[in-house]
Write a protein that binds this ligand. Structure first.
Ligand SMILES: C[S@@+](CC[C@H](N)C(=O)[O-])C[C@H]1O[C@@H](n2cnc3c(N)ncnc32)[C@H](O)[C@@H]1O
Length: 811
């Protein structure tokens, strides 16, 4: 009730003019009039403060009041015009108040000026009060405001009217300015100004709020950002936190389209936050990659090889097909590394391995080459050799009857007689397997390490040697032994003169009492001797001409092996025995055949031991002589007397020796030069196995008859046919009109002698070679068709023996 009374008293203030109290206004009221001169503009500073501040500002300076009065009067006029209903009432009350004020002014000391101001303020208050009453009734929000609440508080008895009026004014201002809708309804000019003043005074400026938000953001970002900001570091990030554009112009420049342009949009904290996030986002984007996302650590579940099943398959890299495309980094190994020192162990200890035959593995270069070697890959007739050769040349004709099914295999007649097939004696073409020299010709023509297949090496104790650059199949031709073909007379002459001081000679018996001197020759001359050789030296007839070549043994040749063959030469004298350094298990100890005589063997062994004990070695090449010349080397030389003695011995031995393929080339061996079988010979020669020609089981793997030590090449025990046997076979073939008969006869004799050879059951026919039976088509037929008891009967008996031996071996 007190509240109501207060309001009524204030609102009905103009009506007091009619009341007696109006006539005698209270002094207190008159004294309070100046306080009522507070205009809405004056109240700006007051509205922002509380009521206590308002009480302290009860007496504003007079100057301010005077300046505000005209505006208030104008507003009051406008209000009166806009509210005609209330105009009379307000005018009446205003006039009454004016009369009262005039009467008062007469008594009071205040001037006219004050009176006019009071009148205007009363007029204004009357309008506002009436409007305020309406607004209070219409707007339920008005009393909720702090200002209205404060104004509705029951005033004490001593509260003056100025305070009431001021409170009312505040309420009106709140009601008009706080709600835009209400402002529109009232359509009063003071509402706009009051609204503006309310916003300005009741809220902080936008810049201040933005700075507050910046402080909050700093605190949210944490200590590090704060420190950076304080220390002035990381300007970029700090700048990102700071609003780049002043927020107030930004908001004002981009008002909401629905709002009027004149109005300022109220900025809430959420808007500030959005604004700040907008400003901060572009600068924070580059900082995002700084936050790393590490892959989760993958721990090894198993140790090295622990729990892994051993496998023989090669390790697989489990990579997807697209891994190379996707992976940007280097191609790292996915497999575990090899254990330490594995490679070192392998290098130190080594590992045996064998390459297949068809793999070419060239050896590293750098082997010293003999500089005195004059090379030739063809046989060259020198001196009288060419004329003598033609005179003695026998036209040996042979034609094999092999079919393509067998392709001139081991049963080929040409092969049996060491005749190479060609288009003249064989009807097979590329299917023929008996054309080794032709193959070698194409190989050497093509050239290259692989095709040549051999190279010179320097051995530790045997001078130079030859090793293979590639692998060779068993019985494959390797290299031809070529050189100058000289007569025996020429050979003796050279031995006396040119080779007098030589340590090594490269002489080999060839054919028709001819000698191949490979001093100027092919690389085959460097092949050393071995008691267990891996090669054979064979003489073949190619297109009617004899040729010598080195063939691989029965087990083939691997890459890097040193090539060797059995020299099988006769030293003719115990003094000329050379110690063998082949290093094989079954080494005979000397270069030459093992003597049959025990005494002689003991002597040779003693000599060998003596040489060993004395350290007698053939010093071929001093260390400083990388490429020694064989000329001038000190070797044991014999005087002419000893040569003569040796020749005598050789002659006697020559009657029993057979198949001297190799002529030892030492100076000592020059003394061994056997006397030619026909005439008196003073110079060395090579004996042929012609004295005791006997039919042996044919084998193309036979080179010499005398040298047949227990060796892996024991198959060489079987001899090839002697020249005499060969002639007989050829003669029989010529009589029969076909060489096939002889071939068949041979087959009948041996029933595949190579089978017997393989079983190491050589059969030696005691019967001397006679004329072979012509037209022998098979073993039985051949024997039956033999005319007479010559070679046919011997072949027959030999064949029977072979059959018997084969059966015994089978059993
Ligand atoms: C045809 S030459 C071989 C190439 C010879 N190594 C060279 O440096 O010219 C034969 C000579 O080599 C030597 N020789 C070959 N094989 C030998 C071996 N197994 N043991 C000792 N000396 C050997 C002998 O001195 C023999 O007289």
């Amino acid at each position: 009730m007190a509240r109501r009374a207060t309001r009524l008293s204030s609102s009905a203030a103009p009506a007091f003019a009619d009341a007696p109290a109006r006539e005698t206004p209270d002094d207190s009221m008159s004294l309070d009039v100046p306080e009522q001169l507070l205009t809405p503009e004056n109240s700006r500073s007051e509205t922002s403060s509380n009521n206590e501040n308002a009480l302290t500002d009860e007496k504003p300076p007079a100057r301010r009041r005077s300046t505000r009065a005209p505006r208030a009067s104008l507003r009051a006029t406008e209000a009166l015009e806009s509210t005609p209903v209330k105009k009379n009432h307000s005018a009446t009350s205003t006039s009454q108040a004016y009369v009262d004020s005039l009467a008062k002014s007469k008594r009071s000391r205040s001037g006219l000026r004050h009176s006019i101001a009071v009148m205007e303020s009363q007029m204004y208050n009357g309008v506002i009060t009436s409007a305020e009453d309406t607004l209070v009734e219409e707007h339920s929000m008005a009393p909720d405001t702090p200002v209205s609440n404060s104004s509705q508080e029951p005033s004490p008895d001593g509260m003056n009217n100025s305070l009431q009026q001021r409170t009312l004014r505040k309420r009106v201002e709140k009601a008009l300015g706080g709600d835009d809708g209400a402002g529109k309804k009232t359509n009063a000019t003071p509402q706009r100004s009051s609204g503006q003043s309310v916003r300005r005074s009741s809220r902080l400026s936008f810049v201040e709020k933005a700075s507050d938000m910046l402080d909050r953001a700093n605190s949210v970002l944490g200590k590090r950002s704060r420190n950076l900001g304080e220390l002035g570091k990381d300007i970029g990030r700090r700048a990102s936190l700071r609003p780049r554009n002043p927020p107030t112009p930004t908001v004002e420049s981009t008002p909401a389209p629905s709002e009027p342009a004149s109005k300022k949009r109220r900025v809430s904290e959420s808007d500030l936050a959005k604004l700040q996030s907008k400003d901060a986002s572009p600068s924070e984007e580059p900082a995002a990659p700084a936050v790393r996302r590490y892959k989760p650590k993958m721990w090894l579940k198993e140790g090295l090889y622990t729990g892994q099943e051993p496998t023989k398959s090669p390790p697989k890299q489990r990579r997807s097909k697209n891994s190379e495309k996707t992976s940007t980094g280097p191609k790292n190994r996915r497999l575990l590394p090899m254990p330490m020192f594995t490679g070192a162990r392998l290098i130190q200890n080594g590992r045996d391995y064998r390459l297949p035959f068809d793999i070419f593995s060239p050896l590293p270069p750098g082997q010293p080459k003999p500089d005195e070697w004059r090379k030739t890959n063809k046989n060259v007739f020198v001196g009288d050799a060419a004329s003598e050769w033609k005179a003695n040349k026998n036209l040996e004709l042979s034609t094999c009857m092999c079919t393509e099914d067998y392709g001139c295999d081991e049963n080929c007649q040409n092969r049996y007689m060491f005749y190479e097939c060609d288009n003249g004696n064989c009807r097979l073409g590329p299917e023929c397997g008996n054309r080794s020299f032709n193959e070698l010709k194409h190989r050497t023509k093509a050239g290259g390490k692989y095709n040549i297949g051999v190279e010179v090496i320097k051995t530790s104790d045997r001078g130079y040697g030859v090793r293979s650059n590639r692998s060779f199949e068993p019985n494959q031709i390797i290299v031809e032994y070529t050189g100058e073909i000289i007569t025996q007379f020429e050979c003796e002459k050279r031995m006396r003169t040119v080779y007098k001081t030589n340590e090594c000679y490269y002489l080999m018996y060839f054919d028709q009492n001819m000698i191949i001197d490979a001093t100027r020759g092919s690389i085959a001359r460097f092949v050393n001797h071995s008691c267990e050789p891996n090669c054979r030296m064979e003489k073949w007839t190619v297109a009617g001409k004899p040729r010598m070549a080195l063939f691989a043994g029965d087990r083939g040749i691997m890459t890097g092996e040193e090539l060797s063959y059995d020299y099988n030469f006769d030293p003719y004298s115990n003094k000329n025995v050379q110690q063998c350094r082949c290093g094989s298990e079954n080494c005979r100890g000397i270069l030459g055949p093992r003597p049959k005589d025990k005494d002689q063997r003991a002597k040779l062994e003693a000599i060998g031991e003596t040489q060993k004990a004395a350290g007698v070695k053939r010093k071929r090449a001093p260390a400083k002589q990388a490429a020694p010349t064989h000329q001038g080397k000190k070797r044991k030389l014999l005087n002419p007397q000893s040569i003569k003695a040796s020749v005598k011995k050789a002659v006697t031995k020559a009657t029993t020796s057979r198949g001297k393929a190799v002529l030892k080339t030492s100076a000592a061996s020059t003394a061994r030069g056997t006397k030619p079988a026909a005439k008196n010979a003073k110079l060395p020669t090579v004996k042929q196995a012609t004295k005791k020609a006997s039919v042996r089981m044919p084998s193309r793997k036979t080179q010499s008859t005398k040298a047949a030590p227990a060796s892996p090449t024991k198959t060489s025990q079987l001899k090839r046919p002697s020249p005499e046997t060969k002639k007989q076979i050829l003669a029989a073939a010529a009589r029969g009109g076909s060489s096939r008969a002889s071939a068949k006869a041979s087959k009948a004799e041996a029933k595949s002698p190579r089978k017997a050879t393989a079983r190491k059951a050589p059969v030696k026919s005691p019967v001397k070679a006679r004329m072979p039976a012509p037209k022998a088509k098979s073993a039985t037929k051949a024997s039956s068709s033999v005319k007479g008891k010559g070679l046919g009967s011997s072949l027959k008996s030999a064949a029977r023996k072979v059959v018997r031996n084969v059966r015994s071996v089978k059993n």
